[in-house]
Design a binder for this molecule. Structure first.
Ligand code: HAM
Length: 416
């Protein structure tokens, strides 16, 4: 018997990293004033259709939906925001505190095509702050997401966008539809359909043709109304005040329809194609839309599997050998190599050389034993020619590199 495709056992060695991620997250969430809420895995299907949106990939084709024994349509939650908001409304938590800061941890289910970092049962740390539309809350929530990565020693790029509000988005949507309709033949089949059903999703399409076209599409940031524009400016100001670096990505759209104004993603390319370790945004109309009071909110979710994968890669990298082993033949080459070694180290690379003047064969053996990623061999000829052969010990690939003073050719090869 085997587990279902896209469903994964977490064995004890890996569970250790899960505990570290969850423990760090819980500590940070506490420091930011967030409290845990636990909500069921199963909900009525309508909850997700109404919140995530009928025309999203999640609702259209990824949900685990079935009829229970009473014939009621039930769905295994594909995300945490809708169930937490349902509980917030059902228990009138807004009466408890003016701003409720909530988080939940647990499994989510999406019938996606499994690949590295993408599962059908995955786990999220899911966070919601309900009750204020002040831009400072956006900056605070983003700061908390980033702090988790910082304290786990992980790197990700923060991208920011605003998706406007019901006042300004319709005009942008119309502008986008007009642009896309004029270039319909260049869109992929899915996107031709999306022009009517969900045009903003076209901006997120991964197909090469759509991407080329999207680069010329009108950007939403030029269409924001004054209040949304000011809101975004204030969020940016507060992020700057907290010294949180970010880049604006006016083409970032999210896979869920409930977002208004601020949206953000924490992206890494360490998991193959660039993918999000965490993402979120503001959803000011959602509580009301689900039958609750008219209260704004903002949140995000981080994928636990993706965080754990990044930690595993980090551990492997730490166990790996130096980026460069320098094999030098003869004293003039060794003297030159000694300065080259220093330049590599100052550029952030780990580099070693033999300082006992041993022969080439034993130096190569030493490089192997150290699990060095590259070897550069410098003898008298190389010194005179100003270039040497760099050998990648993993791929066995060799290439000539020029040895100029700034090591302009060598450093990027070692850093890649
Ligand atoms: P999301 O972007 O759909 O947002 O998912 C958030 C994170 O969950 C992703 O960045 C990724 O790390 C992880 N994730 C999503 N799908 C998978 C999968 N199939 N396998 C592994 N990891 C996955 C939401 O779910 C929103 N509810 C976030 C939010 C909370 N917005 C406001 N509040």
């Amino acid at each position: 018997m085997q587990a279902l495709k896209g469903f994964k056992d977490i064995l004890p060695d890996e569970a250790r990293l899960w505990q570290r991620v969850e423990g760090t997250a819980r500590d940070i969430f506490r420091r930011f004033g967030f409290e845990e809420i636990k909500v069921p895995i199963l909900e009525k299907t309508g909850l997700f259709a109404r919140s995530i949106g009928e025309a999203t990939d999640i609702v259209e084709k990824e949900m685990y939906t079935f009829s229970d024994r009473n014939g009621e349509s039930i769905t295994m939650r594909p995300e945490g925001t809708a169930p937490v908001l349902r509980a917030f409304i059902e228990h009138a938590l807004h009466l408890r505190r003016p701003i409720n800061r909530l988080f939940t941890v647990g499994p989510m289910f999406r019938h996606e095509r499994p690949q590295k970092g993408r599962l059908r049962q995955f786990h999220q740390l899911s966070v919601e702050a309900l009750g204020a539309d002040h831009p400072r809350l956006d900056a605070e929530v983003i700061a908390m997401a980033r702090q988790l990565l910082v304290e786990l020693g992980l790197k990700a790029e923060l991208q920011l966008n605003s998706l406007g509000c019901p006042d300004c988005r319709p005009a942008y949507r119309a502008k986008l539809v007009e642009f896309l309709s004029g270039h319909r033949e260049q869109l992929c089949e899915d996107c031709r359909r999306r022009v009517e059903s969900n045009p903003l999703r076209v901006l997120d399409c991964k197909s090469a043709n759509c991407r080329r076209l999207n680069a010329e599409a009108p950007a939403i940031l030029g269409s924001l109304c004054a209040p949304c524009d000011q809101h975004l400016a204030r969020v940016r100001q507060d992020l700057d005040a907290l010294q949180i670096p970010y880049t604006m990505n006016p083409f970032m759209v999210r896979g869920l329809d409930y977002y208004t104004r601020t949206t953000f993603e924490l992206l890494t390319d360490a998991l193959g194609a660039q993918s999000a370790v965490g993402a979120g945004g503001r959803y000011d109309g959602l509580v009301k839309q689900l039958g609750g009071p008219d209260l704004p909110g903002i949140g995000f979710a981080m994928g636990l599997e993706r965080l754990v994968l990044l930690l595993q890669e980090q551990e492997q990298a730490a166990a790996a050998g130096p980026d460069l082993f320098l094999a030098c033949l003869g004293e003039p080459a060794a003297a030159y190599g000694f300065t080259l070694l220093q330049k590599c180290r100052l550029a952030g690379l780990s580099a070693l050389m033999d300082i006992q003047g041993r022969g080439l064969k034993s130096q190569m053996k030493q490089a192997d034993r150290l699990h060095a990623r590259h070897v550069l061999i410098i003898g008298e000829d190389e010194l005179n020619a100003g270039q040497a052969v760099l050998r990648n010990l993993d791929s066995k690939e060799e290439r000539q590199v020029a040895l100029d003073d700034e090591l302009t050719a060598l450093l990027p090869l070692l850093q890649s």
